[in-house]
Write a protein that binds this ligand. Structure first.
Ligand code: FAD
Length: 464
């Protein structure tokens, strides 16, 4: 353990940096008594908030109720990295690998969704530090360079703008002794996730959505003509319900084995000077990710900190959901050490914040949607670490499903087919462990082992 890594964490605040960029909104009231609505949305992260806002566009006068168990955005949405992808399929490679027949459509819809998301931000006047500076994918090992070259070819084949960078052309984008090549894609956005939650929530309230917080839904009961949702202090009856509860135990027990919680962690540095950023060649504002299975993601915040996250992806036995697990000293030390190896010029920089969050990982790394209860209840889940932009698409899809619409969204195989379910414990834990060992081995050697190849053959993947 490097003493300087420990030193850099000495004054680190154990909470998401984003929370300190925003004044917390006053919590909305609890849902009490027995009420009726035209549409109820459960969950107040990006998925639930987008669903409510898009529903308001389709239904200018109906009563829309959103029930959030805690306060909006306190889970994954408010603590994410803020990378806003032009993809609904966890990237182009994933679309081509798992959904080759509709990959072209998925790629186009992902780009359109990001365009529409930006238009919504402008139309609704959301102040969320949205910027579209692109993303740089970097490689460290020869096999990662090869992988990036393959990605470049895929991008070119599908008309995605990109620039190959190495040596002197890479240095003006990022100068690190670890990275030997890069692929820059200009179409990629970043935002401040806590501000995005706050602003989506504000827009919902301004557009007449009845938003209740600290109102966990404990039970979903089918009625002859609708659904009754029980909260701790009352109930809401509605003909249609959208479930946006992400990694939390689904109100539909049959879905509980379709995702597992993967804990992901991040640090932010203190604000850096122009000279410090120039020392690592990072004058522009693009986001960056390295290309391993265990990858880092890094970006600048509005006040020029570096957010440095990823690498460890921790699965706790029995899919335990525990806020205590979002602080993990050994991961923070590892991240600090890796930061110093990546940027020796910043070895004396301290970290201001350290936090973790829970990713809802599906066994094929893409979201999926569906309905139950005679199409009165729709759900969307399984974003697997890439849900900021995709959650908007998921919201629109749930509304199409509830409206009984046959749309370009509801026709997607990717959304209609549920992923392979995770086995019960202890098999689940052992399986995830074996997959993670295999992925780490592949990062070190460039070789994919038999276990991973077998999972590939069954269309099962593991990522964060
Ligand atoms: C550390 C981290 C970094 C990430 N970085 C990125 C990134 O850079 N880019 C990207 O695209 N994605 C990223 N993600 C993933 C992204 O944050 C998620 O995919 C996205 O926020 C999911 O939004 P959501 O609304 O579905 O879920 P959540 O934000 O988890 O919201 C679900 C909400 O439902 C509520 N809820 C659950 N059950 C009930 C119930 N019974 N009653 C009432 N309310 C309930 C919860 O309280 C919660 O507020 C990251 C995730 C993490 C954890």
């Amino acid at each position: 353990m490097r003493p300087s890594a420990l030193h850099s964490l000495k004054h680190t605040i154990p909470r998401p940096y984003w929370l300190d960029t925003d004044t917390p909104a006053q919590a909305c009231e609890r849902q009490t008594g027995d009420i009726h609505a035209d549409l109820v949305i459960v969950g107040g992260g990006f998925t639930g908030l987008w669903t409510a806002l898009l529903a308001r566009q389709r239904m200018p006068t109906g009563r829309i109720v959103l029930l959030e168990g805690r306060t909006c955005g306190t889970s994954a949405s408010g603590r994410s990295g803020g990378f806003c992808a032009p993809s609904i399929s966890h990237g182009v490679s994933n679309a081509l690998k798992r959904w080759p027949k509709e990959a072209e459509t998925l790629i186009r819809l992902g780009r359109d969704n990001l365009d529409e998301l930006e238009q919504d931000i402008l139309r609704l006047g959301l102040e969320v530090e949205f910027e579209r500076p692109g993303k740089l994918n970097v490689a460290t090992t020869p096999w990662q360079v090869e992988g990036l070259r393959a990605l470049e070819h895929k991008y070119r084949r599908h008309g995605i703008d990109c620039t190959w960078l190495e040596g002197s052309t890479l240095k003006p984008y990022l100068d690190s002794p670890l990275y030997s090549a890069g692929l820059y894609e200009p179409n990629y956005a970043l935002l401040n996730p806590a501000k995005m939650v706050r602003e989506l929530r504000r827009a919902c309230i301004e557009h007449g959505v009845d938003l209740f917080e600290h109102s966990p839904v404990t039970r979903l009961q089918a009625l002859g003509n609708g659904v009754l949702l029980h909260t701790g202090y009352g109930s809401v009856q509605a003909p249609r319900v959208a479930l946006a509860t992400n990694v939390f135990p689904s109100l539909l027990p049959a879905l509980r084995t379709t995702v597992i919680p993967i804990y992901d962690y991040a640090l932010t540095t203190e604000p850096l000077s122009q000279a410090q950023l120039q020392a690592i060649g990072w004058d522009r504002r693009h986001g960056i990710a390295d290309s391993g299975n265990q990858f880092h993601y890094l970006r600048k915040t509005a006040d020029n900190r570096i957010l440095w996250g990823g690498f460890d992806a921790i699965y706790p036995f029995a899919s335990k959901l525990d806020e205590g697990l979002t602080q993990r000293p050994e991961t923070f030390v590892r991240l600090a050490e890796q930061f110093q190896q990546t940027f020796p010029a910043l070895a004396d920089v301290s970290f201001s914040h350290a936090w973790g969050g829970i990713i809802d990982s599906s066994a094929r790394t893409t979201m999926f949607t569906g309905t139950t209860h005679d199409r009165r209840v729709a759900y969307a889940m399984g974003f697997t670490g890439q849900g900021i932009a995709a959650s908007r698409f998921a919201g629109a899809t749930m509304l199409d499903l509830l409206d009984g619409q046959d749309s370009h969204r509801t026709r997607l195989d990717m959304l209609n087919r549920a992923p392979v379910r995770f086995p019960p414990e202890p098999l689940r834990f052992i399986g995830v462990r074996l997959a993670q060992r295999g992925l780490a081995h592949e990062d070190r050697s460039g070789q994919r082992n038999l276990f991973l190849k077998t999972l590939d053959a069954f269309g099962v993947g593991f990522d964060s």
